[in-house]
Design a protein around this ligand. Sequence first.
Ligand code: NAD
Ligand code: DAU
Length: 342
Amino acid sequence: MKKYLITGCAGFIGSNFVHYMLKKYPEILLVNLDKLTYAGNPQNIAGLPQSQVELVQGDICDAALLERIVPGHDSIVHFAAESHNDNSIANPEPFITTNVEGTFHLLEAARKHDVRFHHISTDEVYGDLALDDPCKFTESTPYKPSSPYSASKAASDQLVRAWVRTYGLRATISNCSNNYGPKQHPEKLIPKIVSNALAGKEIPIYGDGKNVRDWLYVLDHCKAIDLIFHRGRSGETYNVGGHNERPNIFIVKTIIEQLHDRLKDDGISEELIKHVADRLGHDRRYGIDPTKIKNDLGWYPETPFEKGIVLTIDWYLDHEEWMEHITSGNYQKYYEEMYKNK
Ligand code: NAD
Ligand code: DAU
């Protein structure tokens, strides 16, 4: 049976990936490693089959822990990171520690024990595009990160490349655009809009709201990662994107309209939108060219935005308790249930 180490499994994309993998490959074994920071929610990975899944609460910066748990794995799929730009602007240090040093420690463990490595990265490493720029980010676009978060991710990508070239580590990298879907922390734009609208709170839009992101449904990202780490060529980078560039203001208005129509609540209206001070160094536009992954591995974004956003809103409406727990930080109950015997 194949055995995979998944870091950051209790976060947004990691937890979606764990569920996707167990459904697609009923025979695999997973060791889920997560520090359970404020962003890691054990509720996201509750109820998984204990015969197949081992949960380890721990830090990717803990080299001694990695030395104990990494041997014997076929692959490491590395999601764990500090992931929120706003936090990185307020306090960059944990971003350097986890995203750079943590990736370094994982690479060392993978090298020592000859474990295949897949690194999950972001389109933000390429910097930003002008709204009218005809070009998009390809795998050969030079790195030009803007925020402490994106700089830390760029640094971690470069470490992976160095370990491939210098030590012959078997590794791949994927640089993906903005994900949306179930289980995303409401610090991020889409769940924040839903959460604030449901609570009748103002929805803060940074600057003029014309910044563009290329939105991809999280399940499509999971499928891309699965393809890359099983069939991608070692040393290669693959850009993953949704062919779905939208201004922030469009996203906000779409969600408000859907919630209003579904809940028949006149309190959910564009009146809730509040333009606030812009994010420092705010990237104007991201746009991914995913031609390489399409040509090499046959991947394309399957979920149209119109469908993905309905699935996403449905999920948040069906999981108001989840939202309440994550916003209050009160998931101790799940933590105790899952880790009491560890
Ligand atoms: P997230 O913030 O929801 O989850 C991150 C997870 O990592 C959490 O469970 C957290 O507890 C864990 N973690 C943090 N520090 C850790 C440490 N030192 N040791 C062990 N675990 C630790 O993040 P996400 O949105 O799911 O992003 C996952 C990965 O995908 C990140 O590497 C991010 O850079 C990348 N990415 C995200 C997006 C997106 O739109 N969300 C897009 C492209 C790439
Ligand atoms: O592009 C991939 C990246 O997408 C990932 O690497 C990051 O981990 C992920 O957080 C995301 O980064 P962004 O900064 O683009 O995501 P965020 O949801 O924070 O913001 C999306 C856009 O919405 C951005 O232009 C800022 C704006 N925004 C965000 C928030 C939270 C607002 O206008 N108001 C808000 O309250």
